[in-house]
Design a protein around this ligand. Structure first.
Ligand code: ADP
Ligand code: UDP
Length: 255
C-alpha cells in the first residue's frame, strides 16, 4: 500500500506524494514496468523495492561527492524523501557504448564503444514519444537556459565518470543512462539538482564477462529474469543481504 499522504502525481513507475515538510516529496517506487512509450506494460514483483535501494545507494554517493541531488533519505522499502524541484522537461541521455535508439539511428553496431562519452537531449513528453531535441531548439524555447545547459552537461559527465567506475568495480559495463534535472530556489539562488532516479530502469548495464543484460532491456526484449537481474545489481553493489531478495512487496512504514 502506498503512502497515505496526499498524492500529487502518478507516473509510469513511481508515485509522488506530498512530503512531511514544505518543499519535500515522497517518491514511491511501484513494480510497474513500461516500455515503448507505455505500449508494453507489466508488473515485475519486487522491482520497486530494488530500484528504491539502488537509487538510494547511487544518490547517496553522488551527494557525498558534492553533486547536488534531490535525495534526502530512504523512508522504507518503497519510499524515499526528496526535495521537490521544478523538473526541467528534458531527458538527458549519456552514452558510452552504442545501443538502443543510438545504434538504430546511426547504424552503429550495438556494443561498440563511442569515440568519447556523449550527451543527448530528448523532450520529456510521452505524447510526442520523447523526441530528440538540439541544444539550439531547447535553449531557443527556454526549456533550459545556456548556463543551465552547461551545468547540466558538466554534472552529467561527472555522474558518468563516477557511475562508470562504480559499475566497473562490480564487473558491470555502463552502456548508457538517462538523467533528469530540476530547478530549486535556495537563498534567492537558482540551483540545478539531479532528480528522479538512477536504476536498472534508466541505465543499460551489461555484465563485463558474459555480456548479460542486467537492466530494463530484459523486459523490453522479453529476455525474462528481470527482477533477478536487478537483484544481481543490488547484490553486487553490496546493498542486499546475500540471502535476502529485498522483495517486501507490500510494506509501507509510517514515516
Ligand atoms: P513518468 O512521469 O515518466 O511516468 P515516473 O513514473 O518515474 O515517470 O514518475 C516520476 C515523476 O516524478 C517524473 O515525471 C519525474 O520527472 C518526477 N520527479 C522526479 N523527481 C522529482 C522531484 N524531486 N520533484 C518533482 N518531480 C520529480
Ligand atoms: N531511457 C530511460 N527513459 C526513457 C528513454 C531512455 O530511462 O524514456 C534510458 C534507457 O533505459 C537507456 C538510455 O536511456 O539506458 C538510452 O535509451 P535510448 O535512447 O537508446 O532509448 P531506447 O532504445 O530505450 O528507446
Amino acid at each position: 500500500m502506498p503512502s497515505r499522504r496526499r498524492q500529487i502525481y502518478e507516473g509510469k513507475a513511481k508515485i509522488l506524494f506530498e512530503g512531511p515538510e514544505p518543499g519535500t516529496l515522497v517518491q514511491y517506487f511501484k513494480d510497474d514496468a513500461t516500455a515503448f512509450n507505455a505500449q508494453k506494460k507489466a508488473v515485475i514483483d519486487g522491482k520497486g523495492v530494488l530500484n528504491n535501494r539502488i537509487s538510494e545507494h547511487i544518490f547517496t554517493c553522488l551527494n557525498e561527492m558534492g553533486i547536488p541531488t534531490h535525495f534526502i533519505r530512504r523512508l522504507n522499502m518503497r519510499e524515499q524523501l526528496v526535495r521537490k524541484v521544478d523538473i526541467i522537461p528534458l531527458e538527458v541521455i549519456v552514452r558510452n557504448v552504442a545501443a538502443g535508439s543510438f545504434s538504430k539511428r546511426y547504424g552503429v553496431p550495438e556494443g561498440s564503444p563511442l569515440p568519447r562519452s556523449v550527451i543527448e537531449f530528448c523532450v520529456k513528453n510521452d505524447e510526442l514519444g520523447d523526441p530528440p531535441v538540439s541544444e539550439d531548439v531547447l535553449t531557443a524555447y527556454g526549456w533550459a537556459s545556456p548556463p543551465e545547459l552547461d551545468e547540466i552537461m558538466q554534472l552529467s559527465l561527472r555522474i558518468n565518470d563516477f557511475l562508470c567506475g562504480m559499475f566497473y568495480g562490480i564487473g558491470i559495463r555502463l552502456i548508457d543512462f538517462k538523467l533528469e534535472f530540476g530547478r530549486l530556489i535556495e537563498n534567492d539562488q537558482l540551483r540545478i539538482l539531479l532528480a528522479d532516479e538512477i536504476s536498472p530502469d534508466s541505465c543499460r548495464l551489461w555484465d563485463i564477462k558474459t555480456g548479460n543484460k542486467l537492466d530494463k532491456d530484459r523486459f523490453r526484449q522479453d529476455l525474462g529474469g528481470v527482477a533477478d537481474a536487478y537483484r544481481e545489481v543490488a547484490l553486487r553493489l553490496g546493498i542486499l543481504p546475500e540471502n535476502g531478495n529485498g522483495d517486501h512487496t507490500h510494506n509501507q512504514i509510517v514515516h
